[in-house]
Design a protein around this ligand. Structure first.
Ligand SMILES: Nc1ncnc2c1ncn2[C@@H]1O[C@H](COP(=O)(O)OP(=O)(O)OP(=O)(O)O)[C@@H](O)[C@H]1O
Length: 307
């Protein structure tokens, strides 16, 4: 795998004595759009607040762009990170440009060209002329302005907490496309939290699934696709001979044994499968797929894996 942007080591956090993060290990690689998925209250915002330096862990540590969390130089890494935690801090009485101007003042950025670039990059350049106040922005526009604010630092790692929450379908598509564009055009790495896996599935390249403060699973988008792909399920009373017959169609690692028989990839021609199994005691054969939601639920119900 490539360079690591963020890696956590046994991160744990308590609030008022209650453990809300328990020994979390997660890795975000350079170039990832890391979908950080978990139900409400699972601990996503807590992780984001930890890596933003807003709160401190009770146990464990993390490395951000090669700097350890207790290294004073982590401040250098944070300069390259832009985070929008919960919702972007926007001045509603100001237009998009003046919001960015304020951000530039706070950050000590003198380059006015940066403001124009950030506005154009998130597709708000047009509003510069319109002079629309941020208070009148749609949620999608607010998110885009928030991203523009995060981009002011020339961040190459953007952390967005539930950026799609509450957006209408059009807004979701816009923000998703913006994330993809920033990732592909500028190589920006993203960590995006959501409580809905499907919402991230059109944009994420890797996922971390967290539940009740435990990191349950990290999985790439390709692996997730494989898990959800069409499969052919075969039930039989003669597993030995059926397995031999299936080996004429697929390799051993493609044959998964189930209590009833076997499951093989669903991209095979059905007629070929039927002819390979001819004469054998087959009690059932059908194609099946797993939806992303079902996969997510099965992972969550399976519980802790990656402790
Ligand atoms: N400041 C706080 N004081 C006490 N408990 C807190 C505090 N912040 C969060 N919690 C609790 O910690 C747990 C994890 O919360 P967190 O906000 O990290 O979850 P989340 O996955 O981001 O959820 P959501 O999607 O609802 O924002 C929850 O049980 C929450 O109630």
């Amino acid at each position: 795998m490539g360079d690591i942007v963020l890696k956590t080591y046994g991160l744990s956090k308590k609030y008022d004595g209650a453990l809300v993060l328990n020994d979390v290990n997660m890795t975000v690689y350079k170039g990832d759009i890391y979908g950080f998925v978990g139900e409400n209250g699972s601990g996503k915002t807590t992780i984001i607040r930890l890596i933003s330096g807003l709160i401190f862990p009770n146990a464990g540590y993390y490395e951000l762009m090669g700097k350890k969390s207790d290294d004073p130089e982590i401040i250098e890494s944070r300069r390259r990170m832009g985070a929008i935690v919960e919702s972007p801090s926007i001045y509603s009485h100001l237009n998009a440009r003046d919001n960015l101007y304020m951000q530039a003042l706070i950050l000590g950025i003198k380059d006015e060209g940066r403001i124009k670039w950030a506005l154009d990059t998130v597709g708000l350049g047009r509003l510069y002329a319109d002079d629309k106040k941020a208070g009148n922005f749609s949620l999608g526009m607010r998110q885009r302005l928030g991203i523009a604010m995060a981009l002011m630092t020339q961040a190459d790692f953007l952390v967005l907490d539930e950026p799609l929450n509450g957006l209408d379908p059009e807004g979701i598509v816009e923000v998703r496309n913006l994330i993809k564009e920033l990732n592909q055009k500028y190589g920006i790495t993203f960590l995006i939290s959501s409580h809905i896996l499907t919402e991230l599935s059109l944009v994420a390249t890797r996922y971390g699934i967290i539940s009740k403060g435990h990191m349950i699973k990290e999985i790439s988008a390709d692996e997730l696709k494989n898990q959800c792909e069409k499969r052919i399920a075969i039930s039989t009373l003669d597993k030995v001979n059926v397995k031999n017959a299936l080996l004429s169609l697929v390799s051993l690692e493609d044959i998964k044994e189930t209590p009833e028989g076997f499951v093989i990839p669903g991209d095979l021609e059905y007629s070929k499968v039927l002819s390979a199994l001819q004469g054998l005691p087959i009690t059932g054969i059908n194609t099946e797929t797993t939806s992303i939601e079902d996969y997510y639920l099965s992972v969550i119900r399976g519980g802790k894996q990656n402790a």
